[in-house]
Design a binder for this molecule. Structure first.
Ligand SMILES: [Zn+2]
Length: 67
């Protein structure tokens, strides 16, 4: 069986796509272990932005409606 389909390698556990800027970047095995399947950010700047976005939905509490 010679499956000759030249499909690109999918992102492995050690290659993450930054959820902020979308770039593929290598991740250290130690960091990949603690990622628990999530995609890690490529840089501290993107990590900060990711956390800011992750926290944003919690601000949608139903506040007082000024009618
Ligand atoms: Zn990034």
């Amino acid at each position: 069986m010679a499956a000759a389909s030249p499909e690109p390698l999918p992102p492995s556990k050690l290659v993450h796509r930054c959820p902020v800027c979308g770039v593929l970047h290598a991740v250290r095995p130690a960091r990949a272990e603690v990622a628990y399947g999530r995609q890690l950010a490529c840089s501290p700047e993107c990590e900060g932005e990711r956390r800011r976005r992750a926290r944003a939905p919690y601000r949608r509490f139903s506040g007082p409606i000024a009618a």
